[in-house]
Structures are given as C-alpha cells and as structure tokens.
Design a protein around this ligand. Structure first.
Ligand code: HGY
Ligand code: MN
Ligand code: MN
Ligand code: MN
Length: 424
C-alpha cells in the first residue's frame, strides 16, 4: 500500500523524443514562411495511413510498458495498468489525430505524457489500488467527418453509434465504411463504456492560449470547458455572367455569404463578453471561377462560449442576421447544426487532486476555451484537466511548441494526480 506518495521522477527528455517520433507519422504538411524555430508541421487525419502507422507504434510503446491494450470498434485505444476486468479505473489520455498543417503537441502531450506518467509511477514503485488506464481517443478533431470528439461522444453516450456511423467524409464515405476499411470491426455501439468503467478522468493538454506563458505560470488547473457549437451553411443565389448581369439585377451568393461572415463576427464582438468566439474556417463558392457570379456558397460556423446561454443568444442573433441578409439580397440560406454541446464543469475531486499535485509549482485556475474529449468524459465520471503553457499560446499551427520543462511539469502533476485518485 502507499502510505505516502513515492518520490516521482519524470523522464521529460524521453517524452520529447517520443513526441518527435510521433510527429514523423504525418502526411504532407506545409510550413508557412517566417514561423519561429522550432516549428514542426504535422497532418494526421483519422484512419489515414499516417494515423494507422502511428497507432501500431503507439500500441508497441504501451505494451513495452507492460500495459494491457484494448481497441474498441471505433479505434479508441485503451492501455491499462492493472486488472483488465476491474471497474472504477482512473483514466487519463487525449488524442493523437492532428488537423492538416498543424503542430505536434495538440493532444499528443496528453497521450504520451500520460504514458510517461504511468511509467514514472511504475519506476517509483507505486502500486495503484485502482487500475490506471491511458486512452487515445479516436477522431477528436472534426477534420474528416465534421464532428469533433466522435470517439468520446460514443464512449459516453453523448451520441448514438448509429449517428456517428452515418457521418460522411469529403469523399462521401461513411465513418462506418472508413473505419472498417481501416481494420476496425465490431458493433460501434460496443464502444459505449459501462457506467462504472471510470472512477475519475484527467487530461493533460497544452493551454492552446497565452495566459500561462504571459503570467509566467507552470500549470493551469482547469475548472470548466467551453461550450462548442458547429454548423454548416449553404447560401443559394442566382449566379450568372460576370459581365452581362448588371449590379441591380444580381443575387450574388458570395457577396451575401461574405456579409453573413461579417455578421457572425459582429455577433461575437457584441455579445457583451470576450468569451464569445466565432470562426468561419471553410468558405467554398461555386462554381468558383473568375467570370462567373457564385450561385452557391458553403461555409462553416464554429461558435463557442464559456457560458451556454450567452452562446445560444449569439447563435440566435446570427440566424436573425442571416435571415435579414437573405431578404435584402434575394438569396436563400439553409444550415445544419453538427453539434451544440453544453459546457462542462470540472469535478472538485479531480480539480483538488490536481491542485494538491501541483504543490511547489506556480498555478492558476482557468477555463478551457478549446474543447477536448474531457468535455464528454465529464458526463460519465469526475473529470478534470491539467494545462501547460505553450509558446505564444499558439495551436493548430506548425509553430505550436511546448518546452521540455513545461512538459516535465505537466507529466509530474499528472502522475501525482493519478496516484492520488488511484489510491482510494
Ligand atoms: O477545436 C478544438 O477545440 C479542439 O482542438 N479540437
Ligand atoms: Mn485541436
Ligand atoms: Mn486537442
Ligand atoms: Mn481536444
């Protein structure tokens, strides 16, 4: 038994070396000019060849650490230290998929940092009362199927397996077909966790924001995760010849959509709080040629806020603004909501364990503005997150960077947190 927690030594250099190896599992990824060094561009979309090669390598690492590896029908990968059949495990983990032309730390710090936290506890002679289980979630990024966190949504019952199975990628292939072609079989519904599978869950992640670095702090103790909404819009206009259609006669879908994008930005800026953020990341006119007026534009909306009601008020304002633009310009707009999730409060059991584990380091309690699989794990067990600073607060860009020292602090706090949670 562990009367007191053992002295834990983290091998941060090994985590950095493994992160660099992980970054080599990548499709073509561009590095924009002028980014600071070190910069490493990564593209690792779910169920593509780099993802599958990474999975095999990652499984080998877990088996080297003596963990029992299980992969569910969605590709969520579980590496357990302790009794494979026991309930009430303490979980940690994150995601290894990466959006195209992004960086090498988003998600991966939580997966490989979680593995090192377990190895460090093993080296310290810690004996967990509860199993400790590392999770690599499938498809946390919305890149291929338009929906973030599909793996953790199904695991936690936040979404039915059949809904995820029917999601399609840009080539029109369904999630179910793609995952089967990638070698994942079985009934997707079996990815649903038993209610008592986890006693608690804690995710280590880079802050993906500037506050910790700006304030010179080591650790962010996350108390809540913002509420994300994603939707896609289709605007239809008249189109026509760029020379022959006079301006008063136009119903230009691109000009209308451009006005809608500015209305979306204005809705965030006028919400009354800096916490409301909107992004239009995709904007595709059709037919998309210089001498042809666009008759169709497809664009995406990513709307988030730490306050669910304020987010929903911004969403209502956006829809009203778009309706008014349609009426004035003689175009039509339809939309499909991909997800509209409530925010998650982190659980005192885990928040306090993280705060205790960070003794000796400088910390602040903070909110996650990015979403994470923890947003859904919080629906099934006490959940919390640990943030480490990242250079300039940058993420989803190749110049995303976290120092070895920051990673070492994060993994040490994670190891101590896991030990606390797995002792009782
Ligand atoms: O978009 C997000 O917040 C996450 O990084 N996928
Ligand atoms: Mn991300
Ligand atoms: Mn992430
Ligand atoms: Mn995430």
């Amino acid at each position: 038994m562990n009367a007191t927690l053992p002295e834990i030594a983290v091998d941060a250099a090994r985590v950095v070396a493994e992160l660099k190896k992980l970054a080599t599992f990548s499709a073509e990824a561009e590095v924009p000019a002028g980014l600071p060094e070190p910069t490493t561009a990564v593209s690792r979309v779910v169920f593509t060849e780099p993802d599958l090669a990474m999975r095999a390598w990652f499984t080998g690492l877990c088996e080297e650490a003596g963990l029992t590896v299980r992969v569910d029908p969605m590709g969520n990968t579980f590496a357990r230290w302790g009794d494979p059949a026991a309930s009430g495990a303490v979980g940690t983990g994150s995601h290894n998929d990466a959006i195209p032309h992004s960086g090498m730390y988003d998600g991966t710090v939580g997966v490989l940092g979680g593995l090192e936290a377990i190895r460090a506890l093993q080296r310290a002679g810690f004996v967990p009362v509860r199993p400790i289980e590392l999770v690599m979630f499938t498809s946390e990024e919305p890149t291929r199927f338009g929906l973030g966190c599909s793996g953790s949504r199904v695991m936690t019952g936040a979404m039915e397996a059949a809904e995820v199975a029917a999601l399609t990628d840009p080539e029109g292939r369904s999630f179910d077909d793609v995952r089967r072609a990638a070698g994942f079989s079985g009934d997707l519904a079996d990815a649903r966790l038993a209610p008592d599978h986890f006693h608690a869950f804690v995710e280590l992640h880079t802050e993906q924001g500037p506050l910790l670095e700006r304030e010179g702090l080591d650790i962010g103790i996350v108390t809540a995760i913002a509420a994300p909404l994603a939707a896609e819009f289709e605007v239809l206009g008249a189109g026509g010849h760029a020379g022959a259609v006079l301006m008063p006669d136009r119903h230009d879908a691109l000009c209308a959509a451009a006005e809608m994008v500015l209305a979306i930005e204005a809705a965030a800026k006028s919400s009354g709080a800096v916490d409301t953020v909107t992004t239009v990341g995709e904007f595709t006119p059709h037919p998309g040629h210089g001498n042809s007026i666009a008759n169709r534009v497809r664009f995406t909306l990513d709307l988030r806020d730490t306050d669910g009601d304020r987010r929903d008020a911004a969403w209502a304002k956006i829809r009203d603004g778009i309706d008014a633009i349609c009426a004035r310009r003689g175009v039509t707009a339809t939309h499909r909501v991909l997800n509209a999730d409530p925010p998650a409060a982190c659980y005192p059991l885990v928040v306090d364990a993280v705060a205790d584990a960070a003794a000796g380091l400088t910390t602040k309690r903070t909110i996650s503005r990015a979403y994470h699989d923890s947003l859904f794990m919080a629906r099934v067990c006490p959940t919390g997150m640990i943030f480490i600073p990242c250079r300039g607060g940058v993420s989803h860009r190749p110049d995303e960077f976290a120092s070895e020292s920051a990673i070492g602090h994060g993994v040490l706090v994670l190891a101590r947190t896991l030990a606390r949670l797995a002792t009782s």
